[in-house]
Structure formats: structure tokens, C-alpha cells
Ligand binder design. Structure first.
Ligand code: HEM
Length: 140
């Protein structure tokens, strides 16, 4: 689902009259999976038109760097049962405002001793001091 939008005036759309002040809850999945408009919907997760996602570049880069760092540091495999057989991953969606996959078992291991060491090195580095207080400027 998308965010709620409110109509500021009466709108005629085809045979529909949308009264002023209506709340509109767009089904993003439905719109973005219309092959006439969006032949490759998985390319467009950030909505459409004037109210598309304001954080899309930040979000896209964040997802990329998170996935990239995980793959660089860990081997990710299917989990095994007590007999040593791989447990298949069944992709099941949880319904809701945001569609996401149901939890499943997996095995995540550092790729090497070197990658385990990275954890220690990171814990020895003091975190950089935030500059957030600089934004705390009072206006007159
Ligand atoms: C992968 C992560 C994200 C996805 C898939 C996503 C997706 C979307 C979508 C589909 C909309 C449109 C909703 C609608 O029209 O009803 C939206 C709106 C918006 N998003 Fe995101 N978003 C993400 C992350 C972010 C981040 C990180 C920020 C801020 C830093 C952000 C800020 C916003 C804002 C401010 C709007 C409202 C824009 C408006 O109504 O003018 N989003 N987002």
C-alpha cells in the first residue's frame, strides 16, 4: 500500500467522482504491476508521479551498501536440519501495509578468520563524534 493522500478538490476520473476531502489509499502493487505502464515493475519500488518517494536515492544506496557489506563479510546459506539436510526456503509473504517475507531459517557465517578479525578491529575503533549538536541553533 501507499501513504494516504487527500483530494483538495472534486475530481472526475473516468466515471468516478472523487469528492473533495476524500482519503485515497493507493494500491501501489496494483498500479506498478500494470504491464502497459510499467513493463518491469521490480525496477520501480518508489511510487510514481509528483508524490513518489522523496528518499528514493538515499534508500536505494542504503539497501545497496547493506546488501554489499553483508555479502562481503558473510557466507549466507540454507540452514540444515538435524539429519544434515538443507531446509528449503519457502517464500511466503506477510500481508500488511508493507509486503515482506515471512521469517525463514538460514545459516550466516563470517567468510574467513580475517572477517572475524574485522569485528574486533571495529570494536577497538571509537565511534566518530556526532556533529548533530551543530544543528541545534536557536532562532531569534
Ligand atoms: C527501500 C526503502 C523505501 C521504499 C521502497 C519507499 C517507497 C516509497 C513509496 C512507494 C512512496 C509513495 C507512497 C504513495 O504515493 O502513497 C514513498 C513516499 C515517501 N518516501 Fe519513501 N521509500 C523508502 C525509503 C524512504 C526513505 C529512507 C525516506 C527518507 C529519508 C523516504 C521518504 C519518503 C517521503 C517523504 C515520501 C512522501 C513523498 C510525498 O508524498 O511527497 N522514503 N516512499
Amino acid at each position: 500500500m501507499g501513504l494516504a493522500h487527500k483530494s483538495e478538490e472534486y475530481i472526475m476520473y473516468g466515471n468516478y467522482l472523487i469528492p473533495k476531502g476524500s482519503y485515497l489509499l493507493p494500491s501501489l502493487w496494483w498500479f506498478l504491476n500494470d504491464p502497459k505502464e510499467y513493463p518491469d515493475p521490480s525496477e520501480i519500488a518508489f511510487g510514481y508521479g509528483r508524490r513518489s518517494c522523496a528518499g528514493r536515492f538515499f534508500a536505494d544506496q542504503s539497501v545497496y551498501i547493506t546488501v554489499f557489506q553483508l555479502l562481503a563479510a558473510f557466507d549466507i546459506r540454507k540452514a540444515k536440519d538435524v539429519h544434515g539436510n538443507e531446509i528449503p526456503v519457502v517464500l511466503k509473504a506477510i500481508p500488511g501495509m508493507v509486503n515482506r517475507s515471512a521469517p525463514f531459517e538460514f545459516k550466516l557465517e563470517p567468510r574467513s578468520q580475517h572477517h572475524i578479525e574485522l569485528r574486533r578491529i571495529e570494536s577497538e575503533q571509537p565511534p566518530e563524534i556526532s556533529h548533530a549538536s551543530l544543528f541545534n541553533v536557536s532562532t531569534v
